[in-house]
Structures are given as C-alpha cells and as structure tokens.
Design a protein around this ligand. Structure first.
Ligand SMILES: [Fe+2]
Length: 496
C-alpha cells in the first residue's frame, strides 16, 4: 500500500493532492501558488518535485479521461489533442517519465468533482450535483451517492446535461460581456450583481429565459463563443450582471429540484465551479443539509481523482493542506498591529486548498468603522464596488448574521447572509445588505481561531475583515518569501 497522487492539469488552475493508504489527505495544493501564474494550467516543476519526493506515491490518478477530453475538443472544433491514455496524460502533466511498479488511472471529469465532494462530506447518502462550464462533454450531473457495507463509495448517475448547454459557460460569457476576464472573474460579476436595479434585473432575466432557452435547462445558444455585445446594450453592466445572476439562480433552482425528486434525499453535495456562487448558494432552501467542499472547481478534482482511486470516505478535517510556513501563529503580534493600525497580514501554517484565504494567508482588518473598506481597497487596488468578507467566531455568528437554515455555519465562505447591523460594519456589508461569511469553529484547523478569541477578548468584537494576501494580479502568497514581498510592496506588516 502506498500513497495516491491525484492530478488536475491541462485546462486551468492545475493542482495535486496526496491521499494515504488510510484515507488521510496528506497534501493538496495549487500550482499557481508556486509558479505565480494565476490559474496556471500547467503543474509547476518545483511543486511536482516537492510532492513526489516528500510523499513517494505509487498510484497516479487523473481527474478526467484523456480520450474523452480529446473527443470534446474535436466536437467543439478545437484541434489541439493531448494524450489519449491515463499514463500519457499523467506523464505529460508531470513532465516526467515515471518508472517502476506504479499504476495509472483516470476518471470522468464530473465523477472526480462528485468524489471530491461526497468522499469529504459527512453524509452516508447524498444527492451530488455537479455544475460547471464543461467537463469532457458534461455540463450538469446529478448522482445518487452512497457507501456500501464495506464502506466503498458508489455513484449512480441519475441525470446529465451535455455541452453546449452549460450554466457555467453562460455565466462566463456574461463575465466577458461586461468587460471582465472569463474563467477567472466570475466572482467579480457576482459582486457586481448586487449593484443592479432589481426591476431591470427581473426584466433582463425574463428576456434571457425567452432568448436563450428551448426548455427549462436546454440552451439554444452555444455560449462557448461568448455573448453578442449587442445584447442588452441599453442596460448598464451592473444591471446585466444582476439579470444574469437572477437567471442563473433560476436555472440552478431547477437543477436542484430535479436532483431532489430523482434522489429523494435530504443531503446535498454540491460541486463544480458554479458551486462557488455563494449568492446562489444562500437560496438552496429545498435541501435540509448542504456540503460544499472548499475547492469545488477543477483544482479540487485532483482530490476527487485520488478519492476515486482510494474508494472510501476520506478523513476530511479542514482545508489547510498546502505549503507549510512553520511556527506559532502570531496571535499577540496581530492583535497589537490590528489595534494600532487597523490592518495586518498573516502567513502562517499550511496554505488553504481552494480559492479563498481562510486565515492562514490573509490580510486582516478591524471590520468596524466607516473608513476601513477604503483603506483595504487602497492596498488591494480592486474595484470599489466589491465587498470584503468577515470571519467570525462560530458561536457568535447568529448575533451578527441571519444564516440560511441549512447552512448555520460556513467554514469555507460558501454562502452569503444578511448582516443584522450593517451600519456598524460597513466594510464587510455589500450594497445588498449581505456578507460572505466565514465561521471559525473550535475544529477549524487553523490557529486563526485563537486570534479571533484574543481579538474578541480585547475589543468585544468577535469578527475580523478577511481578504486574501496577494499582490494585485498574482495568486495568493505561498511561502515566507512571498509574504515578505507583499509586505515590501504594500508597506503592510505581515506576520508569520
Ligand atoms: Fe469542471
């Protein structure tokens, strides 16, 4: 028995994950954090060498079936073919000729998404919904997932939608339509949506329904080629964003009702890039319980491929699985800096697996007062309409936010929730009165919990503003030298 290496590479945001023979997740990290290329489609050489040397895997699992990917390329008119076998795709991705007694396997794209979700979830039985832009030929999948008596995970496909009928591609096309970068800036489109006029948004969503659909989840347009610039030309970008968000929420709702009726299950495991839409996630009230793995996109599927090779439930504990910056979490230094200047960086412990900083690679600020949002924005140099997120001690969340019934906690910022006293916390309150909440429990896996406890004891406030520690245009800080570079670049103290 030896370790399993899960690989997601060749499209965007490449990643590696390592699972032990006992189902422990030993490592999970993004290539971009090493190469400094945002959403890097290739695996970084230093990362590959570090992971292979440290964990010595003998099983290699790829997150999609290479031959199927090639067929999809052919079908969509893109004649860039990769290898046709798992072995070829893995050797190509790692840029290495792997010798010895090793095995190679590959799994379907949506099945890898599903496994990354179900096998890290607390459920014995779940409806697994995958919605992304495109994976091989699939765009939406509904699985009925369960463990048998031996604990082996099974996935029964109940329904699927295929290319080009894609909610993810539609959302990316609108992202491009309003002047943002598709396959990267979708979260900015979601932030813009809060600024749109609600009546206009309803009107645009209604028009989209009539213009783009032939039935409830089938499009008449291939949004892979983008959206015509003339569409909705008399509306503002904010209104178009709001209309697209509303239309997307309606489509997601249809998928969810379908999944509920097909699986007759109360538990939802939700995966694929569209599951990062935390505004839509706050409206999934047809489910009793919801699990969204902190990395539901393709990078997370590196863990899904390893999970499928492993076969059983993984020992999921937390999302801090990447590069380690060793040392004690600098609680006292951070509290002092936050009290003195209001803003402090932290780079400590293992890096978060997923697109969001959760306290180990974060820029933190006092969320109280009217000027902090502008001060953090000045450092981050991002659009002023975008809100910042709060992190809060889990036991205090209901004093400050109206959490959805089925997501009373949100350890990975999976949902938004209305802010109870927005006037006191303008920095973390979006224009629509909500915030993207991160709850920090005693079992969070990060000593950011100790920081919040100390901050609460000193100030009476159980909350901090939390945004990712990254230089504009670059991925999140990975190691100590990146943290030093950030500190020098922006003149903000970063503590390790
Ligand atoms: Fe995907």
């Amino acid at each position: 028995m030896s370790n399993i290496l899960g690989i997601s590479a060749g499209f965007h945001d490449s990643a590696l994950s390592v699972v032990s023979p006992d189902g422990d997740i030993l490592y999970a990290g993004h290539s971009e954090r090493y190469s400094k290329k945002k959403n890097d489609e290739h695996l970084d050489r230093d990362m590959v060498h570090h992971v292979l040397k440290t964990y010595q895997p003998q099983h290699f699992a790829f997150y999609e079936r290479p031959w199927m990917h090639n067929i999809q390329q052919l079908w969509s008119g893109q004649l860039h073919f990769g290898p046709w076998t798992a072995k070829g795709a893995i050797k190509n991705s790692l840029n290495l000729d792997i010798q010895g007694d090793v095995t190679f396997s590959s799994y379907s794209h949506h099945l890898s998404h599903a496994a990354a979700g179900f096998q890290t979830s607390p459920y014995d039985h779940a409806a697994v919904v995958v919605i992304d832009a495109i994976g091989e030929m699939d765009t939406i999948s509904i699985f009925n997932a369960y463990y048998d008596r031996e604990g082996v995970a099974h996935y029964k496909l109940m329904w699927r939608q295929t290319y080009p009928h894609s909610i993810g591609l539609f959302y990316s096309a609108v992202t491009e339509r309003v002047g943002l970068k598709p396959m990267e800036d979708e979260y900015i489109l979601m932030g813009m949506a809060g600024w749109g006029d609600l009546d206009c948004a309803r009107q645009i969503a209604g028009s989209m329904e009539q213009m783009f659909l032939t039935d409830d989840l089938t499009f008449n347009t291939n949004f892979h080629i983008g959206m015509n610039k003339l569409y909705f030309a008399r509306h503002t970008d904010m209104d178009i964003a709001a209309g697209a968000q509303l239309f997307t929420e309606r489509l997601i709702e249809r998928v969810m009702h379908r999944a509920r009726s097909l699986t007759k299950c109360d538990n939802l495991v939700y995966m694929g890039g569209v599951a990062l839409n935390c505004v839509a996630n706050s409206k999934l009230n047809m489910w009793k319980n919801i699990w969204i793995m902190p990395n539901p996109g393709d990078a997370g599927s590196s863990l899904g491929a390893a999970a499928l090779q492993y076969g059983k439930r993984l020992n999921w504990k937390h999302a801090y699985l990447g590069t380690d910056i060793p040392g004690e979490y600098p609680v006292l230094e951070l509290v002092h800096e936050l009290k003195t200047t209001g803003i402090a960086g932290v780079a400590n412990g293992r890096a978060e697996f997923g697109p969001r900083a959760l306290g180990n690679r974060s820029l933190l600020a006092d969320p109280r007062g009217p000027d902090i949002k502008d001060r953090v924005n000045e450092i981050k140099r991002r659009q002023k309409f975008r809100p910042f997120a709060p992190m809060i001690l889990e036991e205090h969340v209901h004093d400050y936010f109206n959490m959805p019934d089925n997501m009373q906690t949100s350890p990975y910022m999976q949902t938004v929730a209305p802010v109870k006293d927005p006037d006191s916390f303008p920095a973390i309150t979006h224009v629509d009165g909500t915030a993207r909440v991160q709850t920090v429990g005693k079992d969070s896996g990060s000593d950011v919990r100790k920081l919040l406890e100390a901050w609460h004891a000193v100030t009476g406030c159980p909350m901090l503003l939390n945004t990712s520690l990254n230089i504009k245009g670059e991925p999140m800080v990975n190691d100590r030298s990146d943290a030093d570079r950030f500190a020098k670049h922006y003149g903000v103290n970063v503590f390790s």
